[in-house]
Design a protein around this ligand. Structure first.
Ligand code: HEM
Ligand code: HEM
Length: 224
């Protein structure tokens, strides 16, 4: 077996690119809101919305490790996984482990809530608002802005937990998860012998998911 074929693709490049763009955008979104650079905040916010939309679509039509149905199925093995984890016998999972699935759903849920509420948010004096705030009353816009603020704290807490979990896997359990989110690959020998699911990226599906996101961002940007 060549060195190349012994490295298996776990995360396709679009999953990795979306992930690391999110990592860059979250601090920028917090900072622009804190400093009152609201034009930038809306711009970065719409970019984040595009990424979230792409990731949700990719969860339906994307590569095997990105898809939600296999992830939901994996939750069924959560108790067994945690039992093995306590004995440090969990082994590698092709894609998200049952525990990681829970954190992925929590993170994507919090990110979706954040971008959705941002679209309708309005500030106290009505000067700054999301592009769809005109569709709701001022009171509703304020209420959604309160959720936007509260949910950010929730999102920050989840991100803290996410990073702590990745660090624990990396340094305590010696499972190099972070490297795989960079290169996309893990050693074939990490996984049990046997056939792994087909995880190839289908270009037509990628173009469909990416186009949907771009169309939505452009429509929202021209609306606001
Ligand atoms: C703003 C900060 C972050 C956010 C919002 C975030 C969000 C996410 C999301 C949504 C996923 C699921 C990936 C997918 O299936 O598309 C994920 C997975 C992952 N993230 Fe992050 N992440 C953040 C920071 C980090 C950092 C700083 C690291 C590494 C040092 C990291 C490492 C990983 C890894 C390794 C996975 C895959 C976990 C697994 O193997 O199941 N993340 N992250
Ligand atoms: C993950 C994405 C986002 C994050 C992390 C984020 C974060 C924040 C934070 C921390 C605040 C300040 C809350 C406060 O202390 O009052 C804020 C305010 C705001 N955001 Fe976002 N935001 C995101 C997406 C969006 C989007 C997509 C839009 C609209 C296009 C948007 C529009 C607004 C508006 C209008 C405010 C002002 C609300 C007020 O002053 O009460 N945000 N955002």
């Amino acid at each position: 077996m060549t060195a190349d074929s012994s490295r298996i693709l776990v995360w396709d490049w679009s999953v990795r690119l979306v992930h690391w763009l999110m990592v860059v955008l979250v601090p920028l979104l917090w900072w622009t809101a804190e400093e009152g650079y609201m034009d930038w905040h809306r711009g970065f916010g719409l970019t984040m919305l595009g990424l979230v939309l792409f990731r949700l679509t990719w969860g339906l039509i994307g590569t095997w490790t990105a898809r939600f149905v296999p992830m939901v199925r994996r939750i069924g093995t959560l108790t067994l996984y945690v039992r093995k984890l306590r004995k440090r016998e969990q082994g590698a999972t092709f894609g998200h482990s049952p525990l990681a699935v829970l954190s992925v759903f929590a993170l994507l849920g919090a990110l979706t809530t954040q971008v959705a509420t941002g679209l309708f948010s309005v500030d106290v004096d009505g000067l700054e608002s999301g592009p769809l705030a005109v569709l709701v009353s001022f009171e509703t816009g304020r209420w959604l802005a309160d959720i936007h603020e509260f949910n950010f704290n929730l999102l920050a807490g989840l991100i803290g937990l996410h990073i702590a979990a990745i660090a624990a896997y990396q340094f305590v359990l010696k499972e190099k998860l972070a490297g795989a989110m960079v290169t996309g690959r893990r050693s074939r020998t990490d996984f049990d012998a046997g056939k792994l699911p087909d995880n190839r990226l289908r270009l037509v599906r990628f173009i469909a998911a990416a186009s949907l996101s771009v169309v939505c961002i452009v429509a929202l940007a021209s609306f606001g």
